[in-house]
Design a protein around this ligand. Sequence first.
Ligand code: KG4
Ligand code: ZN
Length: 388
Amino acid sequence: MRILGIETSCDETAISIIDVDEAANSVRVLANIVHTQMDLHTPYGGVFPMLAKREHAKNLVPVLKQALDAAAMHTPGTTSIDLAQTEEILKLEPELFTAFKAFVPTIAKPNIDLISVTAGPGLEPALWVGIGFARALSLAWNVPVVPANHMEGHVLAALIAPISEGAYDLLNRRILYPALSLLISGGHTQIVVTDAVGSYRIAGDTRDDAVGECFDKVARTLGLAYPGGPKVSKLAAEARAEGIESPEPLPRPMIDSPDLDFSFSGLKTAVLYLTKRVTLDERTIKGICREAEDAVTDVLVAKVRKAIEIYAVETMIVGGGVIANPHIRQALERLAVDSTVKLLLPHTDHSTDNALMMALAGYFNTDKALQPGADIVAKGTLPIGPRA
Ligand code: KG4
Ligand code: ZN
């Protein structure tokens, strides 16, 4: 089964094509293209939704071309498209419609069985562009289209294990239950009881900022450019190597609270006050990065440890951009060994937003596939499941 995944929930325009061997429960990644807009958003200190939307509209057709090239599915030929209906679907994206009708009719219909697209959560203007594109493509190629949840995508990115170049085993049947997923991204910090692939209950959530957002805001306070997470992490590693410490300790918000909820806005504010009391030279910045990363890591580890006890967890899955952070990865790896829990982490390359995870989400949601061209609604706050 060949699935084309489309992801436009934030500032990456991404398309992936996968081939799932259902009998072998394995997957071949034929294409995994991620076009990041990060540099364009840097001057705004964060993702600017209307700019993200415009860039997705501009990039989707070129990214599709690249993905088809990579998958050896870019075959000249003809595909007749229903111009009126396609224009109706893309009526808010005239530039995308123009690019679409200049490209899709000039290639043969590729061997794709299903299109999967992020319907939420994310920035709604950005989500709508990907959805419109997915609907138009599904209509042109006469294949079903499935709306998928971005956060489920992050869970699934951890459920593939490499077997050879571009080929992976699916690990869905190797999860030992009870299982829990920790989701740490720019918009989410959640502990999710995972009753099965596709069945999730939120056991812990952030009361304010998400952990990635906290990294990005701490970075901004320290004068580091967006997106700050990777920069804080790099400077924190340098501080450890050079033996540099923060001038003052930072708080570990809610570390001892009896629930599984998080709060990170106090940490961001503590960094802001600290920067007003000290001279922000290079050493001090590195020291603060180290302490902020330690504070975040301590809180995550404490909450996950508590969750493992409460739910007698056998498998711990982690997803979201922040798990690209090596310090947090190592801390969770140590925790898993100590608690004899099976830990599933995504490859660093699949931690931040990509469309491979959305193609996988399509595969695990084939039962929710809709008719070609069917209506799909973008939902900025789409939850992964109900509260536990
Ligand atoms: O999952 P993701 O790519 O997008 C969302 O769904 O939000 O996550 C992006 C977040 C950003 O806040 C970014 O700063 C953070 O992940 N991030 C990191 C690292 N790499 C990305 N945070 C800390 N350390 C990193 N190495
Ligand atoms: Zn994400």
